[in-house]
Write a protein that binds this ligand. Structure first.
Ligand code: CDP
Ligand code: MG
Length: 665
């Protein structure tokens, strides 16, 4: 039995008492869609930020950098860009940019603001996220984009000259690219005194931003060119309730809490629950479902990662049950592996009540260890892009919080091994410069840039597109065995990458049929997305002069008996499969592992213990040498998306990286 300790109610109050304090007509758990009866215009006027409109515009006019602190829901993201637009900052073909750490926030907020402005999304108000550009440079005046995309734009337009104002939103989250953008903008400001920066943060602790910008070129505090302001108040009060005693099962406790709140409010009414997931890797179409109003007599319950914490606003949320988990990307420089793991962190607050499935004491411990992402990430892409911007000495770059030097050095070494950097640490031409421009992680982008050496551009583009989408295989509960059988039809003993290739080619042969996907337990939307991503990637490939040859086609032609079957299986295709796998090794050599006697794996150079993910077609096969695309950390450290390789390929294709290994063997 869990007891709740609200910060406004006496300690030890039970959840039942807390729930009772709510009036029944506010009976909305997490989300209950409700028709709004105020017009969008009136709603805008009622937001806490509306009172500050004049003050904000004045501060922005008179300061290069304005730091705006305001709680979630006060109107920063949706209103500030509109105020600037209305005040003329977007006149003369200029654009107001608002960059977000998360894709889903950029797309959903843009849609909302387009509604408020009264235009079609993609016209005056638009968004740009990776692989999806819904904006028109000639027409779009307010543009929401991910911080990663804004950084990417500096490669084409180093001074970001088309923007008059750049708002760095959710800066308190300290996402990797937010930090980079903050650093790059400091450089740009020196060259563009007329540019305006807004740093928006939902936490009070904005001093770091203030101090970072409020210095002159010699590093001394300068005259006031930075303003800081706070929008006090929020739309609705939120009571925060903590568990009085820690629980051992957060998930179960969360479900219990949901059911208790639900039953408390509608003890007699028939009120069904509609459950919806929400996480960053969910296909956009499915993410959108959480924003739709719930059907009549239905209570929406959204199970979400921390993406819902601050970045997205969903209408009608009343209760938040916070298990205290957050998905954090972490990078271990000594192994060079990036992994997704789950760690505890602070909760969120929303209008209504927040039930935290941990104690108040636990909360203070959790929020303390929120390290900026830049200090726990693989910095290869960042290093590449900073170098492409002409920042040669990345170790001396003015970071808001500098990443540990060993992480930088590890990234430099990997980039050197990929041949993206020369002996002097400069970007190689054209390989390094092309790699910096590719919208993929450097390992995967390298395989595409190297594909001409192995005459397998067509296959590698497909594999790269498939690795860029999620959940290709569908496993409905209750049909696990059938789904498994279907999957086996596509499986190749060389591993997951070639299996993806088979799935994709079969999908194309089916004329991209949704029915065919359904029959084979494949995700139609993911595959459609893969087709679109492949098209975009092939445009990059041709821009960089990479021929799109097919290893399989050329092999079949050589054997002259080749039918038109694109499947990678059987001995006939052995050499085509080798070409593709060697090409994969040319990018992923650093993520190679070797089978141990006890059935586990160890990375070849750093001896880190790993396991094959149960979803891999190689699970239970245990090939002696493999490369993997990524690791996920749950109960163990699992490798995902794996391909069988030959050990001599590693030394052949990455002689610098494996020079000690080759001497030892
Ligand atoms: O950025 P901040 O958290 O300060 O607030 P916002 O995202 O600009 O949201 C301001 C208000 O707009 C919210 O309180 C919601 O009422 C509304 N909103 C909405 O209804 N739907 C959205 N997709 C976004 C915002
Ligand atoms: Mg916001």
């Amino acid at each position: 039995m869990a007891f709740w300790k609200p910060d406004t109610i006496a300690p030890g109050s039970s959840i039942d008492r807390a729930v009772e304090r709510e009036s029944a007509d506010e009976g909305t758990l997490l989300v209950l869609g409700r028709e709004s009866n105020t017009s969008l215009y009136e709603q805008r006027q009622q937001l806490p930020i509306a009172k500050h409109r004049r003050e904000l515009l004045y501060l922005i006019e008179t300061h290069q950098v304005t730091i705006v602190v305001g709680r979630t829901g006060s109107g920063k993201t949706t209103q500030l860009p509109q105020y600037l637009h209305e005040a003329g900052w977007s006149a003369g073909g200029r654009t107001v940019a608002c960059c977000q750490p998360r894709r889903i926030a950029a797309t959903s907020v843009a849609a909302r603001v387009a509604d408020e402005v009264g235009c079609t999304l993609g016209r005056e108000v638009g968004y740009t996220v990776r692989f999806d550009d819904c904006s028109d440079p000639k027409i779009t005046r307010i543009k929401y984009l991910t911080d990663g995309m804004l950084f990417r734009e500096t490669l084409v337009d180093p001074l970001l000259s088309r923007y008059s104002v750049i708002m760095v939103d959710e800066a308190h989250e300290r996402s990797l690219y937010t930090d980079i953008i903050i650093g790059v903008l400091k450089k740009i400001l020196k060259k563009r005194p007329e540019l305006r920066i807004i740093i928006s943060s939902a936490t009070i602790d904005a001093k770091a931003f203030y101090e970072f910008y409020n210095t002159n070129s010699t590093g001394q505090p300068s005259q006031e060119n930075v303003a800081i302001t706070s929008l006090e108040g929020r739309m609705y009060p939120v009571d925060v309730l903590y568990l009085a005693e820690a629980t051992s099962d957060y998930i179960l406790e969360s479900v219990h809490t949901v059911m208790k709140i639900h039953q408390k409010h509608y003890p007699r009414m028939r009120n069904t629950i509609e459950m919806l997931p929400l996480h960053g890797s969910l296909p956009y179409e499915e993410q959108k479902r959480v924003f739709e109003p719930a059907p009549k007599s239905t209570r929406k319950v959204i199970f979400s990662t921390n993406v819902a914490e601050a970045s997205v606003t969903i209408d009608g949320i009343v209760y938040v049950v916070d298990a205290g988990f957050v998905k954090l990307r972490s990078y271990n420089p000594s192994t060079g592996m990036e992994s997704l793991c789950r760690a505890g962190r602070s909760g969120r607050t929303r209008p209504g009540k927040a039930f935290r499935i941990y104690t108040e004491e636990g909360f203070s411990k959790l929020s303390a260890n929120n390290t900026p992402e830049i200090q726990r990430s693989n910095l290869m892409t960042v290093v590449l892009q900073l170098k492409a911007l002409g920042i040669e000495n990345v170790l001396r770059f003015d970071f808001l919080s500098a990443p540990p030097a060993e992480m930088m050095i590890r990234s430099l070494e990997l980039l050197y091994s990929l041949k993206a950097l020369d002996d002097y640490g400069r970007l190689t031409i054209p390989f390094g410069t092309s790699l910096a421009e590719f919208p993929l992680d450097p390992f995967l982008a390298s395989t595409i840039l190297n594909s001409h050496r192995f005459k397998c551009g067509a296959e590698i583009l497909t594999i790269a597109a498939m690795l860029s989408v999620q959940n290709v295989f569908v496993v409905p509960s209750g049909q696990r065995r059938e789904a498994e059988e279907e999957r086996r039809k596509f499986a190749v003993e060389e591993g997951d990458h070639l299996t993806y290739l088979n799935v994709y080619n079969a999908f194309i042969r089916s004329n991209r049929s949704a029915k065919w996907c359904y029959q084979h337990f494949l995700n139609h939307k993911s595959l459609q997305r893969a087709v679109s991503i492949r098209n975009q990637l092939s445009k990059y490939a041709s821009r960089f002069g990479i021929p799109i040859q097919s290893a399989l086609r050329s092999h079949n032609r050589d054997n002259s008996d080749g039918d038109d079957d694109d499947d990678m299986d059987g001995d006939d295709d052995g050499s085509a499969s080798c070409q593709v796998r060697k090409c994969l090794v040319s990018g992923y050599f650093a993520q190679a592992a070797r089978l141990q006697i006890d059935g586990t794996y160890k990375t070849v150079r750093d001896n880190v213990t790993l396991h094959i993910h149960p979803n891999s077609v190689l699970f239970q096969r245990s090939p002696p040498w493999i490369i993997f695309h990524e690791v996920v950390e749950t109960t163990k450290v699992f490798m995902r998306d794996i391909t069988v390789v030959e050990p001599e390929w590693l030394v052949e294709l990455a002689p610098h990286y494996y020079k000690h290994e080759s001497r030892r063997n």
